[in-house]
Design a protein around this ligand. Structure first.
Ligand SMILES: *Cc1c(COP(=O)(O)O)cnc(C)c1O
Length: 403
């Protein structure tokens, strides 16, 4: 099973005990899981991976769970890599829409909730823009844990309904996810909730890093030249880079790793601004707004880690407007039959800009991430296809009125 040895603070380097529940380091920095990678190198062969489960748990030796019975799985991971030749000869879409609860947040929460079960945690809470909360609610339901979701009041209907259906207690907040985080932090100690906020505990990143292992496995251990990712809290970028570093140490991949490229929305681009200004930390983005709700994170907790990944990989950060991302989403839908989340659509728009501006060679092998299903974000696309609300409502009413 696991080769987990301890946790390490990403800010001050402190070594922290992984046998107990942990949130942040005493210095306030996020904690990352560390493994005995020499043992992995000596005792595990990458050719054995296909014999494992058809889920992200096939990478169990580099995931933190020590007892197989603690694993809470709904079949997350092993998502398709779809070739998108109309975007570029070597462009691929990693389609995370097919995950449980329709988004890649399932990976992180499958891992984090499994660790809650292993460590004896009974009550969990999460501040979320929507998808992380619905994933938490699903896995908490499967694990029999009490779950509390804190969401901005304008959260998508789909994520709201999922949270309710899965039996979580839902609090709608007048404010952004930062305000939700503040409320969870304030109430968690007295209520006995474990705070599952992004980078507020070590294990969601571990689940998300499996995207990196999967891309490597699916490309037969030859990584792409670039990865284009819609960054909100940035856990996926941080996780994938961690996966690449681990695989390099295990000896599964060569040293040339992909350029990591973060796409954000013009209305909320703290990472892009900090990257361009050469800063080490992101500053709070005031009055954040974008239709891509997963990107509406005005101050990512792991901002310094995201910036490190972009710079160490030779990558970059760029922003697209809501109009550009909706256009790109509809082009992707009509050309390829994939209705991506607005965040995934932002990657399509971003890649176009990179190619057109000569910032990325058109022959590069590129993976872009569609992080969630368009069906979970109907409100965004409905702005392009408004219907006469009254008449549609009448029709629907006519259909369901009992005789
Ligand atoms: C959460 C989310 C993101 C941002 O992911 P991070 O790893 O937190 O940067 C992107 N897209 C969607 C659909 C999301 O739900």
């Amino acid at each position: 099973m696991t080769t987990l040895t301890h946790l390490e603070c990403a800010r001050c380097g402190a070594r922290v005990d992984s046998s107990k529940p942990q949130n942040l380091c005493v210095c306030g920095g996020p904690l990352l899981a560390r493994y005995d990678l020499n043992m992995v190198r000596e005792s595990w062969n990458r050719d054995w991976i296909p014999n494992g489960p058809s889920s992200m748990w096939r990478y169990a030796p580099v995931l933190p769970v020590s007892r197989p019975g603690s694993i809470v799985s709904l079949g997350e991971g092993m998502t398709p890599l779809v070739h998108a030749g109309w975007l570029g000869r070597h462009v691929w879409i990693k389609d995370e829409a097919v995950n449980p609860t329709g988004s890649f947040k399932a990976r992180g929460l499958s891992c984090a909730i499994s660790m809650c079960l292993e460590l004896g945690i009974r009550k969990v809470a999460i501040p979320s823009t929507g998808n992380a909360a619905s994933a938490m609610a699903a896995y908490a339901a499967a694990a029999g844990l009490e779950a509390h979701a804190f969401l901005p009041r304008d959260v998508s209907q789909a994520s709201y309904l999922e949270c309710k259906a899965f039996g979580a207690e839902v609090t709608l907040v007048d404010g952004l996810v930062t305000e939700c985080s503040r409320l969870v932090a304030e109430r968690a100690p007295a209520e006995g909730w474990f705070d599952l906020g992004a980078l507020n505990e070590p294990y969601r990143v571990e689940g998300k890093k499996t995207m990196g292992y999967e891309v490597a496995e699916q490309f037969r251990w030859e990584l792409p030249d670039a990865i284009v990712y819609p960054a909100g809290g940035g856990a996926g970028l941080i996780g994938m880079w961690k996966a690449f570093e681990e695989m390099e140490r295990i000896g599964w991949i060569r040293a040339n790793k992909p350029k990591m490229i973060a796409v954000q929305a013009e209305g909320c681009q703290p990472v892009v601004r900090a990257f361009e200004q050469g800063r080490e930390e992101c500053e709070f983005w005031p009055d954040a707004f974008t239709i891509a709700s997963g990107l509406r994170v005005p101050k990512p907790r792991g901002g310094f880690l995201i910036l490190d990944v972009l710079r160490n990989s030779g990558g970059e950060a760029l922003a697209v407007s809501d109009q550009e991302l909706l256009d790109a989403g509809l082009e992707l839908a009509s050309k390829q039959g994939i209705l991506a989340a607005p965040e995934g659509a932002a990657c399509v728009a971003g890649l176009r800009k990179l190619f057109e501006g000569g910032r990325l060679d058109r022959d590069s092998k590129v993976v872009i991430f569609n992080t969630s299903a368009g069906l979970k974000h109907l409100e965004a696309y409905a702005t392009r296809f408004p219907r006469s609300a009254a008449s549609e409502q009448d029709k629907l009413g006519g259909l369901i009125t009992p005789r």
